[in-house]
Design a protein around this ligand. Sequence first.
Ligand SMILES: [Zn+2]
Length: 371
Amino acid sequence: MGLDVVQLTRELVAINSVSQRSNEEVSDLLETTLKGCEFEVERLEYLDNNGERKVSLVGKKGDGPNGFGLFSHSDTVPGLEGEWDPFDPVIQDGRLFGRGSCDMKGPLAATIAAGEKVNAADLQSPLFIVVTADEEISSAGARQVAEASELFNAECPKHGVIAEPTRLTPVYAHKGGGRVFVTANGRAAHTSTDKGVSANFLIAPFLAEMAALAELLKTDESFMNKEFDPPTNGFNMVLDDGGCRPNVAAAKTVCTLSFRPMPNDRSDDVIAMITETAEKYDLEVSSQKGTPFYVSPDAEIVQAGLKATGATKPGTVPFGTDAHAFKNHLQLVILGPGDIVQAHTVGEWIDIEQLSAAVGVYQRMIEMFCT
Ligand SMILES: [Zn+2]
């Protein structure tokens, strides 16, 4: 007994598992650790688009219906090695520094430390610990677990916590992700011939309308949701003409528009407005929308989170999580140690006090739902 949450976080941070490479090594350590804590473990794998092996784990302790799950991911955003030592965890002034310390190897370690402390024999309902691959880039690991895991689907837990950093405030809603891809096809030719048709000129009038739309989205309250800070949808635009040179007419220009859909906002209208405008200028258009996450603040899982943390009121966050892959399977809340402001930065850190407090919070929730 007595798995040390700080020590485990350090070990996890020391293994580079940025999403662009395989997370096999960190998954091996997690699998061994979970098995050492009396979890039955299922391993799910796939090869990503670059041929890198990606591993997700489903750990289960105890049996029966109405289980409870703690969900994390084992990948991180890039380390930015030139600017600091991301994979050499350092403890200083009550903080643990290192890539993933906050998002979310620290929170992940806290879920395992809490899970270690319960005896299988004391559980009326099973405890699940789920660790996914590729949350930072595609959520493909979470989708694989939701669709294909035998352990998860045989006795799907009824309640769960996505352990992303929320400073231990239960979060009942987050924004989703929307993308619209608009493509202009021109004809490449050296400008000396004047035979080219520049895709950039073809798309220019559309772009001007997108600039106007950006203004509208920032000022018209019908596109906002005041439950969030900020209440706006983060509308953004990037352009790719393949790095076309000034003496060549661009053959193809792709404009990617992105925004963050919120519950009860007008995100479907946003996609429809962009699509109509693109079609007016004979441009190719396609779109995708990752739906936002929302559970009633009165839901049992949110109330349990409030009780376990002592927080008075649940909140919302502007970032996305794996929740969308699991939300049709069980009732979820987002709740974890650390502040998302520290994530994805050079010098990422987590408060050691938050980390230890999280172990207690998860233990109390396990008691509420599993014993
Ligand atoms: Zn995360």
